[in-house]
Design a protein around this ligand. Structure first.
Ligand SMILES: NC(=O)C1=CN([C@@H]2O[C@H](COP(=O)(O)OP(=O)(O)OC[C@H]3O[C@@H](n4cnc5c(N)ncnc54)[C@H](OP(=O)(O)O)[C@@H]3O)[C@@H](O)[C@H]2O)C=CC1
Ligand SMILES: Nc1c(N[C@@H]2O[C@H](COP(=O)(O)O)[C@@H](O)[C@H]2O)[nH]c(=O)[nH]c1=O
Length: 356
């Protein structure tokens, strides 16, 4: 069972690594097009977190500009030195959560405008994240500032890092840096995207387990290219062990026309004991009902004991109403959806009349 949300850390930085300058005016490092990209990311998460320092300095609204639903807003503070009239609290009809190491005085100050939650003393990020997950936050965007980014990265709780590099120098020693000193995750991050956005360069990295998931899921998606022509979904699946070694692969129609990718891969493993700590990657959400065979892939995964399921594309309502992800989660399995890769799966399934 996942105990924390999927965490995306996001920042715009100057060429010399600063988040802002020391002036009273907020430094706009992103350009218009890059702010639109940030807006897309905001629209795809359940909550946005910034540190109390950012609320004091920027007075941000943290809303989605493009008319879609606003995510919840989250902050962390020790002092509770936050103005109840700040935009963070007064804008957007959404939940505002304040995690603090001093709940009683902070509740006195902010209890009327936010839900104040005990974050432990000292504040424990994993406890904060577990509480957010329990409140239904599956995806969290962390926008900063520097103290917050440093702590999330050094605590090893960041899955994706989004960095926009702006073509300016700040050059002030007292300005906030993207991160301060600390014990960061060792080794090189996995660079998964670079994009030129006008004069800004956008870079996306995956870290830790998220990097392994991203790589294996791309491989599963690529397997679907082997599927024979069909009037149904073309899907690829890979089962890995706890050390990320491939145990089995499968693709739709591999051994018979009605085969699903997951059932092919699972059939190759029988009741292999390594399934008890395995992950199954599938380009499509595992089916929960099917016309061609009596047992769904969701049921086969449950029967196999596999504790983790990672998929890219939530099944569109073309043939049946799929509740695979919900069913697996309800049974206590960890389910990771990587919607950023759904477009690749849709390309492989362009023969089907789904709408995006
Ligand atoms: N370019 C960009 O993308 C972004 C830039 N920024 C910039 O970053 C700057 C702010 O960064 P920074 O000053 O580092 O502040 P942060 O936004 O990182 O907030 C730091 C504050 O958060 C609270 N906090 C952090 N960790 C803990 C903890 N473990 N326990 C309790 N409270 C904690 C404390 O609040 P308290 O003091 O109340 O106890 C602390 O002072 C601003 O200039 C802003 O413009 C911000 C976001 C994005
Ligand atoms: N300056 C800066 C960012 N700043 C972030 O945006 C927040 C303000 O958002 P809003 O309330 O929507 O105006 C601010 O508090 C900080 O978290 N973000 C970026 O992607 N690029 C930028 O150049």
């Amino acid at each position: 069972m996942s105990t924390r949300p999927y965490v995306i850390a996001s920042a715009a930085v100057s060429l010399d690594g600063y988040l802002d300058d020391t002036s009273d005016q907020r430094l706009l490092l992103s350009n218009e097009e890059d702010f639109a990209r940030v807006d897309e990311v905001r629209a795809g998460v359940d909550a946005i977190l910034v540190g109390a320092g950012t609320i004091r300095t920027d007075n941000p609204r943290l809303l989605v500009r493009s008319g879609r639903a606003h995510p919840a807003k989250v902050t962390i503070t020790g002092s509770g030195d936050l103005d109840p009239a700040a935009n963070f609290f007064t804008t957007g009809d959404v939940e505002k959560l304040v995690y603090t190491s001093a709940p009683a005085p902070v509740r006195d100050r902010l209890g009327a405008v936010a839900t104040v939650v005990d974050g432990g003393r000292p504040l424990d990020l994993r406890r904060v994240l577990a509480d957010l997950a329990a409140r239904g936050v599956g995806r969290l965007m962390v926008e900063g500032g520097g103290a917050v980014h440093t702590q999330f990265l050094t605590a090893g709780v960041v899955d994706e890092l989004h960095l926009a590099i702006a073509p300016v120098f700040v050059g002030e020693a007292a300005a906030p840096r993207f991160v301060g000193p600390g014990r960061f995750p060792p080794g090189r991050l996995q660079l998964t995207e670079t994009r030129r956005i006008g004069d800004v360069v956008f870079m996306r990295y995956h870290l830790g387990q998220a990097a392994r998931d991203h790589r294996r899921l791309r491989e599963a998606i690529a397997l679907a290219a082997n599927c024979p022509p069909s009037a149904t979904f073309r899907v690829g699946a890979i089962v890995t062990d706890a050390a990320d070694r491939v145990l089995a692969t499968g693709y739709s129609g591999e051994t018979a026309p009605h085969d699903h990718a997951e059932e092919v891969a699972l059939a190759k493993l029988g009741d292999d004991p390594r399934l008890a700590s395995a992950t199954i990657y599938s380009s499509l959400e595992p089916c929960s009902a099917r016309a061609s065979r009596p047992v769904s892939c969701t049921q086969r995964i449950l029967d196999s004991g596999i504790p983790r399921v990672v998929f890219a594309w939530r099944e569109p309502d073309l043939f049946v109403d799929c509740v695979g992800a919900e069913t697996l989660r309800a049974a206590g399995r960890e389910v990771r959806e990587l919607p950023d890769l759904a477009g690749l799966v849709q390309e492989t399934n362009a023969h089907l009349p789904f709408r995006t």
